[in-house]
Design a protein around this ligand. Structure first.
Ligand code: S3P
Length: 163
């Protein structure tokens, strides 16, 4: 079976929903941020602070090149994966891409809670980045799911049904 790739902004719930989709569907699960963190034994925050965003993006790109050859996976991506067109066409080759869409206030409330997101500090910048990126999430999505006011289980069920 093709992979299910979850895209969306920080705080969309890609990791949480992805794990539930995997348990419903029997597919494997990979979270690209967690994979990178485990691989280099440093938090995303540390990678950004010590090596900069560019290095993190290179790690993300390398992982996408690997994932294009995999199947039967639910893949929860980092919110910035859509910044690289090559990544997205690689992933799309073997996947259904689902954009988990939320409103910006919900996203910020969730994203700012965790220390781990270096790009979720200032609300103004958070909004600006979202406005820049939203057309890209929509461009690469095969399916767009509105997640607002839905439980994780309902959302996971809706995605399994839609793909
Ligand atoms: C990022 C999102 C984060 C993580 C990194 C950069 C982004 O992932 O990859 O902090 O550029 O949107 P989540 O979307 O899981 O928070």
């Amino acid at each position: 079976m093709k992979n299910i790739v979850l895209i969306g902004y920080m705080g969309a719930g890609k990791t949480t929903v992805g794990a539930v989709i995997a348990s419903y569907s029997g597919l494997g699960f990979i979270d690209t941020d967690k994979y990178i963190v485990n691989r280099v034994h440093r938090s995303i925050k540390k990678i950004f602070e010590e090596d900069g965003e560019k290095t993190f993006r290179r790690m993300e790109n390398r992982l996408c090149r690997f994932l294009q050859h995999q199947d039967n996976l639910v893949i929860a991506t980092g919110g910035g994966v859509i910044l690289n067109d090559d990544n997205m066409w690689r992933l799309k080759g073997n996947s259904v891409v689902v954009y988990i869409k939320n409103n910006i206030k919900t996203l910020y409330e969730r994203a700012k809670k965790t220390e781990t997101r270096p790009l979720a500090r200032d609300y103004g910048e958070f909004i600006k980045r979202f406005v820049d990126r939203e057309p890209l999430y929509e461009k690469y999505a095969d399916i767009i799911i509105n997640a607002e006011y839905k439980s994780v289980r309902d959302l996971a069920g809706e995605i399994v049904f839609a793909v």
